[in-house]
Design a protein around this ligand. Sequence first.
Ligand code: 0PR
Length: 383
Amino acid sequence: MINTSLKPDEVLEELRRLRLSDPSYLDGEVLGSMSTEAPQYLVKAYELFINTNLNDPKLFKNTYMLERECISWLSNLFHGSGYGFLTYGGSESNITALYILREYTGGEVVVAPASAHVSIRKACKLLKLRLVESPLNDRFTPDINALCDLIAKHEAKLACVVMTAGTTDLGIVEPVDRLISSCCDFRYLVHVDAAYGGLIAPFINDLSPNMPVFDFRLSNVCSITVDLHKVVAPIPCSALLLRSKDLEELAYFNAPYMPLGFQRTLLGTRCGGIAAAAWAAIKVLGINGFKELAMDLVRRARYLSSKLRALGVEVIKDPELPIVTFKVPNRELVLNRLWDLRKYVYPTSIPSTIRVVVGPHVTYRVIDDFIEVLANVLRELGV
Ligand code: 0PR
């Protein structure tokens, strides 16, 4: 039973206690999740705008200005023209993108490699779009010929093709550029789900020189999802970037009682804190800060991968983005033991594999500690 007669101080104390017993990022416990511990200045920025509503831009002009500046900066990074919205997460961005592209094209089918995130499946279900999946090859990347065959087959009814820049299992940046150059006889629009890779891939050319291009320079690309809460911002914080104003306007909904006469995005009231946190992150980090962070994460992921190999563990793929996926015999047993020891790593959809996402809180010390625990677990279980 919940005690309902607590004083504010008491309730906060109780909440502190509850939060402390949930996993900690900074103690190196959260290892498989894509979220991270946001720095305090971003939490503060969020808090300053916590009672503002992004969906009432005439009332909260500055909040709206912060959103526009964030979209403009992010859009610029992807060679776009400044259209789009801040959203509450990659799922909302993806659902909105598919909604907009369905409205724009009148299409009924979405073609995507099997690596597409569950939010794409969710979007298709909600929007009554038929998702047609194309296979991955033995390197877990999309089979471009198969994808192109499906595009040809469904061209007339296609709402869009979805490609992922930073797949959930392996952090693979799918070759949007290669698809478009080799599948050029058909008309189709592409939505890029860069929820995970969007704020990492553009910055790591020095370490991964062959990174595919997946931005608005490719004329088929109409929308890009990019999450700030996967690299730096407090949850929730994502963006949906759009190629043009007419696409953006497809997510405006008449609301005669509102000061502007319409509402933007699929949600109603939207906390302005997300705009303040995103704006603060962009102002503080800038291109150089994001680059430094992204490069550092990739270096740490490579360090983890080499440590795993030194243990005799098979790493599925050299990490391009900072996700390290590796094989273990008897996965359930190993996962359970690691979770018992508060090392929260995740299974992936590839059989017998476990994933570590190297977020900002996964430092070299955290990695060394994890390797030691994993070595003990593997020894102890004799697997
Ligand atoms: N697109 C891709 C490629 C993703 O990996 C994710 C989330 C999304 C879209 C959806 O983003 P939102 O979760 O912001 O809506 N990928 C993570 C995953 O499935 C989500 C996650 C994050 C899961 C933190 C657990 C967790 O603790 O692993």
